[in-house]
Design a protein around this ligand. Sequence first.
Ligand code: HGY
Ligand code: MN
Ligand code: MN
Length: 410
Amino acid sequence: MKVEQLRINEARLMARLDELAAIGATADGSCCRLALTDEDKAGRDLVVGWMKALGLEVRVDPIGNIFGLRRGTEDVDPVMTGSHIDTVRTGGRYDGNLGVLGALEVMQVLNEAGIATRRPLAVGVFTDEEGARFQPDMLGSLVYAGGLPLAQAYETVGIDGKMLKDELARIGYLGEAPLPLARPHAFVELHIEQGPVLDAEGLTIGAVENLQGISWQEVSIAGQSNHAGTTPMRLRHDAGFCAAAIGHYMRHLARELGGSQVATMGSVTLHPGLINVIAARAEVTVDLRNTDEALLQEAEQRFALFLAQLAAEEGVRIETRTLARFAPVTFDKGVADLVARTAGKLGHSCRPMTSGAGHDAQMMARICPTAMIFVPSVKGISHNPAEHTEPAHLAAGADVLLHTLLELAG
Ligand code: HGY
Ligand code: MN
Ligand code: MN
């Protein structure tokens, strides 16, 4: 068979996706494998087993990133691919997992075809991409790319009070491989779109050219608990009201700025959280994103002003803590064009895309030419058990990955 006729095995890819999805499966059909939990460990162990079965040399670095290495005919910088297998609490079957298991399927096809590439190939499984338990998100690839010192990452305390380094050691993935293991010749990540564009336009492949900026903050509000029945409204310092006001302001801010601005209050905790007590304290998280750095800063400035006014009006103390802050990223045009060309050669419809979600590729873009391959998410749903991509589209994405990697690895 000629190389250009090579295609991945869809059934095998689906079987691996199903097997991994069973780890951390919850009653509502979600995948819950928060970073560095026992479920994450079980997923890691399964993937490492597959890597070994595929004859890949497995290396683990000090932040727990796992790499499966496939030798090339020359000992030069590898072409790297991969993604993440940690999930949010209500994760789907494909977010991150497709990029890792699609890459393993590519390795198996190359093995079966007896193909030796000039450059080595590396499949990366990056630690804590979601940032749901330990912020920031893309933590493992950020450390890999030199954007966060390892010691600082180790001290990160999760939403459950556990320290990152302790959890990494506990699950047995505090590795010793060099950090970074290699400076890739190029990096390509296969991922579901997690947005509605490809599905709405009936297209199969997205050649991702850029990725929007991300600003995560934790906002702590200190008011005064008081009796819900006896306290006149004019005397209240109600942290619960302030939390609700912030949630409402998110919608207002996004509408005011328009364009690609999005604003989300994802989590709210009230203390003491009782029906007849005016909340003394509240902690909320705020996620602001925009493709334009200046507009993202504008959104942050307007939000800061809003908080100052709210604190003055309600007589509460408000403090903010930055949890993640990444500027928008432009991927490598050459690699993005290669993705588009490859999709065309394989007969798949394709369009240039912007990524609304953060990805490990945005960190790898700091150290090597990088781009992404998107496949459609039905109705754009993700971070939700209803997350779905048609098997034919999953396979199409993996085929585009196969031939993009072959082109880059020579
Ligand atoms: O937040 C994100 O965009 C990604 O899912 N970590
Ligand atoms: Mn992801
Ligand atoms: Mn995600």
